[in-house]
Design a protein around this ligand. Sequence first.
Ligand SMILES: NC(=O)c1ccc[n+]([C@@H]2O[C@H](COP(=O)([O-])OP(=O)(O)OC[C@H]3O[C@@H](n4cnc5c(N)ncnc54)[C@H](O)[C@@H]3O)[C@@H](O)[C@H]2O)c1
Ligand SMILES: [Zn+2]
Ligand SMILES: [Zn+2]
Length: 360
Amino acid sequence: MLTRVGGPLEVLDLELDPPGPGELLVKVGATGLCHSDLSVIDGSRVRPLPMLLGHEAAGEVVETGPGASDFAVGDRVVLSFVPACGSCRRCVSGRQALCEPGAAANREGTLLGGERRLRLPDGTRPHHHLGVSGFAEYAVVSEKSATLVPADLPFEIAALFGCAVLTGAGAAFYSAAVAPGDRVAVFGLGGVGLAALLAARAAGAARIIAVDVVAHKRELARRLGATDDVAGGPDAVEEVRSLTGGGADKVIDTTGVAAVLEQAYLATAAGGTTVTVGLPHPDRTITLPALSLVAEERTLKGSYLGSCVPRRDVPRFVELYRAGRLPVQELLSGRLGLDDINTGFTRLAAGEAVRQVVVL
Ligand SMILES: NC(=O)c1ccc[n+]([C@@H]2O[C@H](COP(=O)([O-])OP(=O)(O)OC[C@H]3O[C@@H](n4cnc5c(N)ncnc54)[C@H](O)[C@@H]3O)[C@@H](O)[C@H]2O)c1
Ligand SMILES: [Zn+2]
Ligand SMILES: [Zn+2]
């Protein structure tokens, strides 16, 4: 439970209403710690508070609300951070990551139906985080936030598919459309960046240059298939350009640092695509050489939820994982109890951890 910006999370007992129409009660098995949770804590992602955080979760359906028909009690589900209504203009165009009522609910800190199901002892209602609020033993969610996963997939692995894997792998497969033989650079090697790296490898990239300020993350990236690594900082652009003979075909920025997005653009080749998934503070702006966009036919793209459709892509990516072609278990760098959550976020902020999960 978050009560104030910049403060530690407080672990509290809350009341949870039963699931309403189209909602599920999920017994949470595991929830990952993402930088986007940290950004709510430090105020760079402005959300209504207090809020129960955690948006990358997996669990088991224990009760279905009236009219909830997509799942049965006992189903294992992964929860992703954009509820997709399925019927708005964007959903019907295949842009579920941009679902309009989903985005509105996420901004307001409610479930898709506009309700808040959490209650403090004094009767006030904390906000939901991105329709999930997974740092708790139980969650009431819209069934539109959930995707069925195989019963034998461990919760701590399944959870990663809800954010890091959808976002990172989707950024590589769909937003950057990494093709066989591509030279790819990934800036930022957290859970999202390493998932992008794994997908770039699965898509047949010939070179993968891993960029981070933290040396042990570059070493991990090498073990996961990076062909080169570069220390993040002012020289990174030149190093990527010289390793690729003039820039990488596809560059994926996952740092959340606007200045690094500029570097990612400058490290991209003529004809190439720069994709960013980073979520910098809303005040940040970037400056780019305008001419290059046209004269070099460049593409600069944002990617939310990896442009994925969770119910299409979670099963696809789980299959790749089970075939050994997307070894997302390598992203898991620690398991925590709910009481250790602040230590986990301190580690994430310090660059010591990749993907930690709270196991419930
Ligand atoms: N677009 C989406 O749908 C979506 C989804 C999830 C997360 N995010 C955002 O993506 C970003 C990454 O999330 P994460 O959980 O992987 O974070 P993370 O903190 O685990 O990873 C970020 C990495 O960037 C590295 N970095 C920082 N400064 C750098 C620099 N100057 N050069 C190179 N590397 C640098 C850090 O060392 C770290 O390894 C965050 O901004 C997060 O909010 C976006
Ligand atoms: Zn996330
Ligand atoms: Zn929609």
